[in-house]
Design a protein around this ligand. Sequence first.
Ligand SMILES: [Zn+2]
Length: 90
Amino acid sequence: MTEEPRRPLRTCLGCGKKQTKVLLRRLVLDEKNQPLFDRSQAAPGRGAYLCGPGCLQAAVKRKAFHRAFKKDVAVDVPNLEAAFLRQTND
Ligand SMILES: [Zn+2]
């Protein structure tokens, strides 16, 4: 295994742990202010990161989405959770 020269750290919205980007899932807002997983991991705009499905609930409780996106965000938890699990199983 080769070391990556640059390893930008991102903070998980749920648990607050700092991890390298590759271990986190990126979320962006759609036009209805719904957080969606950014499959490309490179969509323009402000992003937020989660490290696991459990952290989704924690992030909602902490109102971390609101803070991360600097606006009111309508989080559809069951839908997002399902999307998270689908991605993890890919
Ligand atoms: Zn986390």
